[in-house]
Design a protein around this ligand. Structure first.
Ligand SMILES: Cc1cc2nc3c(=O)[nH]c(=O)nc-3n(C[C@H](O)[C@H](O)[C@H](O)COP(=O)(O)OP(=O)(O)OC[C@H]3O[C@@H](n4cnc5c(N)ncnc54)[C@H](O)[C@@H]3O)c2cc1C
Length: 330
């Protein structure tokens, strides 16, 4: 195993000079990991004329920011980004590199891992640390989502993982970090993929940043979802759903929560007519208060709820909504 620098790296994504929320969350999680490994936390920013992004990251827990600038890095381009990150890692030998499980992170991380001849764990739901062995425990679901596993990389460096958005809440943590400017050696001839067109993706719902999420499952039905939407509106929250609810079209697919959907960490998570399958529960395991309403007293959701109500949601929700409406009016 090659000697590493004792740094935990976060690959940071940014748009129009603003750091993406998923990267801010990963900075917060990375800080925890670095502290437990007694390592430095370094952010890696690629682009062109983005010093403001580097400065922002010094306020987000970074001890060091590698600001990798080149005109060819102005927009994301997989070949160039892969070369720039891999060359940087080959030079500075980080112990850990974390990417978000976003379009860019998923595209880039396996290619970087291949170049550095190391492994990669995809779509982690959490990261823990084995301090004694100085390993990152990369927590993810496996075997069709039926079990949770911890993956470690004992023999190769760096340890590389992609981590699903929602893993932590962004924090402000100014450690007076330093900015190291790097000019990568890049050439147009390194480009193997050519961008022929660009279009703006439809704005996604910010479920990861929501403080309140009101979710429904198969038990809610179409009518139940009308009530769920009203409750979410009254609480200033977002609506979420289980996979069957999305399959039925009661809630848009982009609002599906769970292993194959989004991972949320609201202060309040309410679940109506949700059984509590592991594949759904992993999607809100970082939530603050969890309230579940289910008519089956044996439903597994009650095991992970702070407050459980055994009731028919079609009777319970109209009463709750009426009471809230009265309170908010008064
Ligand atoms: C690889 C894989 C990935 C998956 N990914 C996801 C994922 O990302 N997200 C996800 O959600 N699922 C996912 N699933 C599916 C998951 O295993 C469960 O099947 C699903 O979460 C169950 O959804 P549900 O709770 O809505 O439905 P059900 O399990 O059918 O539960 C419905 C619940 O509603 C209750 N109920 C019914 N009527 C009422 C009423 N009137 N009032 C109160 N309660 C009522 C019932 O008692 C029951 O507990 C995945 C599965 C696999 C294999």
């Amino acid at each position: 195993m090659e000697e590493e620098s004792g740094e935990c790296w976060i690959f940071v994504e940014h748009v129009d000079g603003k750091v993406k929320r998923a990267s801010l969350e990963l900075m917060a999680k990375g800080r925890e990991v670095a502290d437990r490994l007694a390592e430095k936390l370094s952010a890696v920013v690629l682009g062109w004329k983005h010093e403001n992004v580097a400065v922002e990251l010094t306020r987000r827990g970074a001890d060091k920011v590698y600001l990798v600038e080149h005109p060819l890095l102005k927009d994301y381009q997989v070949d160039l980004y892969c070369k720039a990150v891999s060359d940087l890692a080959a030079e500075f030998k980080p112990d850990v590199i974390l990417f978000s499980s976003t379009f860019v992170g998923r595209d880039l991380a396996p290619r970087v891992a291949k170049r550095l001849k190391t492994g990669m764990t995809a779509d982690c739901l959490d990261l823990q640390v084995d301090e004694e062995r100085r390993l990152v425990k990369q927590v993810k679901s496996s075997l069709g989502g039926n079990i949770m596993v911890e993956v470690v990389t004992p023999h190769h460096r760096p340890q590389i993982a992609t981590v699903k958005p929602g893993v932590a809440n962004p924090t402000i943590n100014d450690r007076g970090g330093i900015i190291v400017k790097v000019r990568p050696s890049l050439d147009e001839k390194d480009v193997m993929v050519h961008v022929v067109d660009r279009f703006e993706e439809k704005k996604e719902v910010d479920l990861e940043g929501a403080e309140v999420v009101v979710a429904g499952g198969r038990g809610a039905g179409e009518e139940g979802f009308k009530l769920i939407r009203r409750l979410a509106e009254l609480l200033g929250g977002e609506v979420g759903g289980t996979r069957p609810a999305a399959d039925e079209g009661w809630v848009p697919r982009e609002r599906q929560i769970g292993q194959s959907g989004r991972v949320v960490s609201p202060k309040l998570y309410m679940a109506f007519g949700v059984s509590g399958a592991l594949q759904h529960v992993v999607g809100f395991s970082k939530a603050g208060l969890v309230i579940a309403v289910n008519k089956d007293p044996e439903a597994p959701i009650f095991e992970c709820a702070d407050i459980g109500v055994v009731a028919d949601l079609r009777e319970f929700l109209p009463v709750l909504i009426k009471e809230l409406e009265k309170k908010l009016k008064g």
